[in-house]
Design a protein around this ligand. Structure first.
Ligand SMILES: [Zn+2]
Length: 377
């Protein structure tokens, strides 16, 4: 982050961000991208709204306490949550990761409790906004953010505005068709990018290969990892090569919980690092599907910048090289020449930062940041 941005951020009011995930719910007091406090709770096995929402309110209060501020010093609360949702009414409709959440009026529930402005947004849109305001997308006019973890989400920012679509689901980039004769995705479509290139897809490829009798070497590797996990409580102390410069705990955090299969995406990534051919082939297969997705994004949006975030991107060059090769081979020259494809800058706190950024975005409090970056909402 450059000095100008840091100086601009000191002008911004304090906000609260809430990032609701399938595994963890994070809350924070923020000023711009700077966290003053952070309190996380586990979503738990049975996160029905009546159980979890009072706990979220408690976590927000604890974050306020830890930042030594009261609610009347806060400009608003932004909530990033998995879709589908209506960001105008703040109602959440049955997210796959949150069983029991059927038409939950989240904005009203928050407002009735805290009595300050509340903004609700799709988590990938919020994360894209965070990268636009405070991360790799600063200064861009046409920006696409793609997050690849358990699922794949997208956030498109055009001239400083989140592209919402007609009913709030604009930029569902994980559900573009890559293989129109492919397998059935959770969304009802077939052969989606998410079905072919997410962490869940990587795990599924591995477990299909194992079921077909091709996975002996991969299984042996996985059992070594399990032994290490059992004997070394600190994951960061695992005697395996780091996947990137970022710490392993960060990787787990971003990857989220993969389906309860025998081998998860993280194990496949480690096995690929260790040179196991099946694991390498799986990563390459996911990467090539990602490459096709990037070509589609380039052709549709003609973006200046595509920002890749989420735990799967921490696999690094093994993923990015085949993906970029497909882009080079398939994309039309003019939009290809105009685009930069870069890593996200905000790491694990991107969801929280995006949630907080919603207040700056919707109230114009952040116009000093937004106008310095190609437009205001
Ligand atoms: Zn889909």
């Amino acid at each position: 982050m450059n000095e100008e941005t840091t100086a601009n951020q000191q002008q911004l009011p304090l906000v609260v961000g809430v990032d609701i995930g399938g595994t963890q719910i994070r809350t924070a007091v923020l000023q711009g991208a700077k966290l003053r406090s952070r309190v996380s709770i586990l979503t738990g096995a049975d996160p029905t709204p009546d159980r979890i929402i009072p706990r979220i309110f408690g976590a927000v209060q604890q974050a306020l306490n830890e930042a030594h501020v009261t609610i009347d010093q806060i400009a608003g609360i932004g909530v990033a949550t998995p879709g589908p949702l209506d960001n105008r009414t703040g109602v959440i409709y049955s997210p796959p990761n949150l069983p029991g959440w059927t038409a939950v009026p989240l904005r009203d529930l928050f407002y009735n409790h805290f009595k300050i402005p509340i903004f609700i947004e799709n988590d990938a849109h919020a994360a894209g906004l965070a990268e636009y305001m405070f991360g790799a997308g600063r200064g861009s006019r046409i920006m696409v953010y793609l997050t690849i973890s358990t699922g794949i989400g997208g956030g498109v920012i055009i001239n400083g505005k989140i592209f919402e679509g007609a009913s709030g689901t604009g930029g569902e980039l994980g559900h573009m068709s890559i293989d129109w004769q492919g397998g059935r995705c959770n969304c009802g479509n077939v052969g989606c990018l998410e079905y072919l290139a997410s962490g869940t897809a990587i795990a599924r490829y591995a477990n299909e290969a194992i079921a077909a009798g091709h996975g002996a070497e991969l299984l042996a590797f996985a059992s070594t990892m399990l032994e290490h996990t059992a004997t070394v409580p600190d994951l960061a102390a695992l005697p395996v090569q780091d996947l990137n410069t970022r710490p392993l705990a960060d990787f787990d955090d971003l990857m989220g919980e993969i389906e309860p299969l025998r081998v998860n995406a993280r194990t496949v990534a480690r096995a690929a690092e260790a040179g196991i051919p099946l694991a390498r082939a799986i990563i390459t297969k996911a990467a090539e599907a990602l490459g096709v997705g990037l070509v589609n994004i380039i052709h549709i949006f003609n973006p200046e910048i595509i920002i890749l975030g989420g735990g799967v991107t921490l696999v690094g060059p093994m993923l990015m090289e085949p993906a970029l090769r497909v882009v080079q081979e398939h994309a039309m020259k003019a939009p290809l020449d105009a685009v930069r494809i870069v890593e996200a800058q905000l790491g694990t706190n991107v969801g929280l930062t995006g949630a907080g950024a919603l207040i700056y975005y919707y109230t114009n409090n952040g116009s000093s940041i937004l106008s310095g970056n190609g437009g205001r909402p």
